[in-house]
Design a protein around this ligand. Structure first.
Ligand code: ADP
Ligand code: MG
Ligand code: MG
Length: 208
């Protein structure tokens, strides 16, 4: 099944990328957090990729769900439940029709909604929401209004996420550990927004 293979390949690519970026993500988190974001993300996605690697008869939605549940159990802190719980819950959008252009938009929106639900962070609070929100809106608009093929839409979404990551640098954190620093968080790039961008880049690279 090609969708099953695509989910597996995506999980593998994301795990490899986060392993490569482990030190950098940890550096970002050591400036405004507790220096564990690189370890959290690489450990979590390695376990998730392993978990889906040998689930032979699972539907794509079940595999995506398994990525989420594995992240929840492997990663604590803020990012475990935010990434894991939101992926788990949004995986439902693939249950009926599998992964299509349409359901991928539904997934992206459901994922963003869950992250905002769980984390209660508005745009501008210097979190992953700052990368995710413009990316999801751009993806939806590119597919639904501009009729772009999913691959091109995802490319535009990655560009939007990149601008979102840059937007986190000059602003003050209002959520998560970085918020304890108050104005001293200004001038630092948010780790979770950065890992969100890397994950999206790998989804794009897998689809290409
Ligand atoms: P922890 O802060 O528990 O050590 P991580 O270091 O793995 O967890 O993840 C930190 C990232 O989580 C932050 O950079 C930010 O993007 C994200 N984050 C933290 N709190 C929230 C929140 N309430 N809503 C959205 N994202 C958040
Ligand atoms: Mg941390
Ligand atoms: Mg921590």
């Amino acid at each position: 099944d090609t969708q099953r293979e695509a989910v597996r390949a995506a999980a593998e690519n994301v795990a490899d990328r986060l392993e490569d970026e482990k030190e950098y993500l940890t550096d970002l988190d050591s400036a405004i957090g507790d220096a564990d974001h690189g370890a959290n993300m690489s450990r979590g996605f390695r376990a998730a990729a392993d978990a889906v690697a040998d689930a032979d008869d699972a539907e794509p939605s079940d595999l995506v769900k398994q990525v989420g549940t594995t992240l929840i159990s492997e990663v604590g802190g803020a990012s475990g439940p935010l990434y894991g719980g939101s992926i788990m819950s949004a995986s439902q959008t693939f249950a009926e029709d599998g992964i299509t252009a349409e359901t991928s938009v539904d997934f992206a929106e459901a994922y963003l909604d869950k992250v905002k639900d769980r984390g209660d962070a508005r745009i501008g609070a210097k979190t992953m929401v700052d990368a995710l929100t413009p990316a999801v809106h751009t993806y939806k608009k590119s597919i639904e209004q501009d009729d772009l093929p999913p691959l091109e839409a995802l490319g535009k979404a990655v560009d939007a996420a990149e601008r979102g990551v840059e937007f986190t640098v000059p602003i003050r954190a209002e959520k998560g550990r970085a918020s304890y620093l108050g104005w001293r968080s200004v001038g630092h790039q948010d780790p979770g927004a950065t890992s969100t961008l890397y994950i999206m880049e790998e989804l794009l690279a897998t689809a290409e």
